[in-house]
Design a protein around this ligand. Structure first.
Ligand SMILES: Nc1ncnc2c1ncn2[C@@H]1O[C@H](COP(=O)(O)OP(=O)(O)OP(=O)(O)O)[C@@H](O)[C@H]1O
Ligand SMILES: [Mg+2]
Length: 249
């Protein structure tokens, strides 16, 4: 299986983060293979979002090491980590509600390089790329709609499309399926699988276990900030330790 062939792109080694007396993340270790889709699951408050904050540089670990492509990320600023190819979404969609879907997708492209300095510049290539992205997300019909008027699920698709426009190598998705209509969920799953096929690595935090089990190759289970189990989806659902952690919550 692909897991054994692909090198580890992301490695967490004994990572901890305390807030006052609370160990939000406690000696947490796991690895993510390049070109894989890894699910990060666990009860509320088990440290999943904190792990994303630590990987993306929004907060700093107290202990342990985080490596991306063999290089230590600890202490790097969020912008530097982003430029290494690590992108993330937040638990609530972050988009520009008063721009159209197409305009939202062009924000990161326009920020890049010299062309980004010329406000309002729209190269033919970038408009085409944004339209192509909306097409892949089955959202061509909302290209010219203000994003604030879209359904929550469609907003999340636009958010993901915007993030993917900068060609990240690894994407961290925090609860992409939460509050999203069933029809949009199918688009989301298909898009993630296609992007993974094109070489993108995904780590997905999600409470919707059907969604996780359908698309993930590997699942990591957190409880009280620690990795309590990891493995293939089929092994995880049968794991008594995992069942206990969820039911005991
Ligand atoms: N900035 C912070 N200050 C204080 N405590 C925090 C902070 N961030 C997280 N925590 C605490 O750390 C623990 C882990 O929180 P985290 O948000 O990472 O959990 P989660 O697994 O993402 O939960 P959920 O599934 O509800 O989103 C919780 O006890 C939380 O209250
Ligand atoms: Mg969270």
């Amino acid at each position: 299986m692909m897991m054994s062939v692909n090198p580890m792109l992301l490695e967490l080694d004994g990572v901890s983060k305390h807030y006052g007396g609370v160990a939000a993340v406690d000696l947490c270790s796991f690895s993510v293979a390049e070109r894989s889709i890894t699910g990060l699951i666990g009860p509320n408050g088990s440290g999943k979002t904190t792990v994303f904050n630590l990987i993306s540089g929004f907060s700093k670990p107290d202990a342990g090491q985080i490596r991306f492509d063999g290089k230590v990320l600890n202490g790097m600023a969020p912008g530097s980590i982003y430029r290494k190819g690590v992108s993330r979404t937040f638990q609530m969609a972050r988009i520009f509600p008063r721009l159209t879907a197409l305009e939202n997708l062009m924000v990161p492209v326009r920020r890049k390089g010299l062309q980004g300095l010329i406000w309002g510049y729209k190269g033919v290539g970038e408009v085409e790329a944004a339209r192509e992205m909306l097409h892949k997300l089955s959202a061509s019909h909302v290209a010219d709609e203000l994003v604030g008027r879209l359904s929550y699920g469609q907003r999340r698709l636009v958010e993901l499309g915007t993030l993917m426009m900068s060609h990240p190598r690894m994407v961290l998705l925090d609860e992409p399926a939460a509050g999203v209509h069933h029809s949009v969920l199918e688009t989301l799953s298909r898009y993630i699988l296609d992007a993974q096929g094109d070489g993108v690595t995904f780590v997905i935090v999600e409470h919707n276990l059907n969604f996780v089990m359908d698309i993930c190759h590997h699942v990591v289970v957190l409880d009280r900030g620690r990795t309590i189990a990891e493995g293939a989806p089929d092994d995880i659902v049968d794991d008594q330790v995992v069942v206990d952690a969820y039911l005991g919550d």
